[in-house]
Design a protein around this ligand. Sequence first.
Ligand code: TYD
Length: 206
Amino acid sequence: MSKGLFISFEGPDGSGKTTQIKLLSEYLEAKGTECVLTREPGGTKVSEEIRGILLDRANAGMSYTAEALLYAAARAQLVAEVIKPALNDGKAVLCDRFVDSSAVYQGMARGLGVEEIYTLNEFALDGIRPELTIHLDLSAEEGLRRKTKQAELDRMESEPDSFHRLVAEGYRELAKLEPERIKTIDASLPVEEIQEMIRGFVDGLK
Ligand code: TYD
């Protein structure tokens, strides 16, 4: 059994996960809990290289199955190299996206099936699952509005609006399936208000 605390952050592109993770780490560190901040796909040399393949717009022809396997491969390396050791050391791991991203993007939006994606990922996860998952809920419209401000879109961001609607909807569905673990917060609220709610959920874990 690991001694640490594993929290993942989920939500559509541009929902403000990175900001909230940083604020939560400041809170936990101030209370004496060492934090490891990481992201998916990425967080290790191998996983960042896989991320490059996944997000490169030149790889437009990638099959959905290959896509799901590459996300799982990047995750396997991150679990083995970063997450598991940190949890064994009693640290808090705050991860920007985890297996639920695959459940929603590949399982639901791509249509590969949620159960199939969780089964596929069992091999990568090695028994590791988040205790708490914060879902920052952003409407597809607001997500698209934030996205159009960006200069260049990656392979996933370049998917049509209909895909991003399925993602936003998919997260809400997933949160309903596991309400104990997945906590939904309206991402359009002020940053400080969202952070207060997140801290409340984290404090409630102990
Ligand atoms: P990233 O820039 O990390 O996301 P964000 O926009 O939240 O900063 O890009 C990762 C992209 O990959 C994002 O569009 C979501 C997608 N993704 C999946 O489709 N499946 C997965 O398992 C993960 C982890 C991400």
